[in-house]
Design a protein around this ligand. Structure first.
Ligand code: ARG
Length: 443
């Protein structure tokens, strides 16, 4: 049993099972850095309010800074028997700063402290994730650029549809990632770092004392709280971040699925580097896209984490409730998964090679150009409905008789429509012509 921040009122120690059940230090230790940074801001507030003597302030500052140093250099060790990271850091401060340590928690509650810490953690991780999103965006852009002239079959319903350029295909994911970038940014914009809520009702320190402009470590200024009840019970920023992460993960799963398909024998569009694949313990020939499959699979966890916190928050009365302690594991989990996915995908895409010969062979499928053929008729005065039917018949004829349209004579083609002839169709049945004919896309 360890020292509690709230032991005074109790006549007995906490049951061992209750400690095990309620403790959170095994996961909230990730908040250590933000907790200390928050405490450094809090002692400034206490000093301004004349609640600390100069020597006490100095002792607390020294103690907190030395703890921060151990966190930053990786030598910080937690004591897992403490209730949470806040209690443990309080204990460390008391050990280092002596009596001054007993003043650290003046006008403060863990309810405010934990909201502040999680907000600071979330802010930092939103920006880390945003940078990783940008890295993947750049890598996809480079891959597109390297394959500037490459055209592949485009699909709807996973059936051959119309040829598209690799640039456009990869840039579709760049568009998604750009929206993810904005979503992460918006989640960050909506985070207000505040202090001064106390347990729920505010404290006797004037609101003005909380303005902190010089904070380098927090990415945002700290301010006094506008509504202390909301400050200790708001977890919207977690839900918004989990939503942004779940959406990013959904995009990554689609990208992964495309690459899984493209690397199959059946598609054979790309080669994923050996360093990013794994083998089979039984089948010697296997090269499996496990990284991509895990990216696809993790999305379930990301959705689960979002639904988890939404459900945990539903119907909670104001203000702080211990249920909220359960917001951290899903939040940390989602950030960690998405960050790992983005990092590994960025490296994987630096090593993707397109199998141009196989792609060219697949582009020989004449049905890919059926829409272009009907567009040609439309541009020559045929109504769209008639053109659709005429080319439909031509494709049916090709499939039924197993002939290549390219080998049909002018006389045969004219039976379908007088404007059709071998020369025209030879030009249309061409991946580059097909892609270049699409003028509606902004360049
Ligand atoms: N470990 C708690 C959490 O994460 C800290 C706040 C505890 N506050 C309280 N009044 N019990 O939510």
């Amino acid at each position: 049993m360890t020292k509690k921040l709230w032991g005074g009122r109790f006549s007995k120690g906490t049951h061992k099972l209750v400690e095990e059940f309620t403790n959170s230090i095994h996961f909230d230790q990730k908040l250590a850095k933000y907790d200390v940074i928050g405490s450094l801001a809090h002692i400034d507030v206490l000093k301004k309010a004349k609640l600390l003597k100069a020597v006490e302030y100095q002792a607390l500052k020294k103690a907190l800074e030395s703890i921060l140093k151990t966190i930053e250099n990786g030598t910080f060790k937690i004591n897992p028997s403490f209730e949470d990271i806040h209690s443990y850091i309080q204990e460390l401060v008391e050990k280092k700063a002596g009596k001054a340590g007993l003043k650290l928690h003046t006008c403060r509650s863990r309810n405010d402290q934990v909201a502040f810490d999680v907000k600071a953690y979330t802010l930092e991780n939103l920006f880390i994730t945003q940078k990783l999103v940008d890295d993947l965006t750049i890598t996809l852009g480079n891959l597109a650029n390297k394959n500037r002239n490459l055209v592949i079959p485009g699909f709807t319903h996973l059936q051959h549809a119309i040829p598209v350029s690799v640039v456009q295909y990869l840039n579709a994911y760049v568009e998604m990632l750009n929206r993810d970038h904005v979503r992460l940014y918006n989640a960050a914009v909506n985070i207000h770092l505040t202090l001064g809520a106390g347990a729920l009702a505010g404290t006797f320190i004037p609101a003005l004392n909380y303005k902190q402009k010089k904070n380098k470590s927090l990415l945002k200024d700290i301010d006094s709280t506008k509504n202390s009840l909301d400050a200790v019970s708001d977890r919207d920023f977690i839900i918004e971040s989990l939503n942004a992460l779940a959406t990013t993960s959904m995009h990554l799963s689609r990208l992964a699925e495309d690459m899984i398909l493209w690397s199959t024998k059946e598609f054979d569009f790309i080669d994923v580097d050996d360093a990013f694949c794994t083998g089979s313990s039984l089948m010697p020939q296997k090269k499996n896209p496990d990284v991509l499959e895990l990216v696809r699979g993790y999305t379930g966890r990301l959705y689960g984490n979002l639904v988890n916190v939404l459900t945990m928050m539903k119907g909670l009365p104001l203000s702080y409730n211990r249920d909220m302690q359960l917001d951290k594991e899903p939040l940390f989990d989602s950030f960690e998964i998405v960050q790992k996915e983005l990092a590994v995908l960025t490296e994987l895409f630096k090593n993707v090679k397109f199998k141009k010969d196989n792609i060219v062979k697949q582009l020989e499928d004449e049905s890919l150009y059926a829409t272009d053929m009907s567009d040609y008729l439309v541009q020559n005065g045929v109504t769209f409905k008639d053109a659709h039917k005429i080319i439909g018949h031509l494709i049916q004829h090709k499939l039924k008789n197993n002939v290549e349209i390219k080998t049909m004579t002018d006389a045969e083609l004219k039976k379908f429509h007088p404007k059709l002839n071998a020369k025209v169709l030879k030009n249309i049945i061409n991946p580059k012509t097909s892609v270049q004919s699409k003028k509606s896309i902004k360049k």
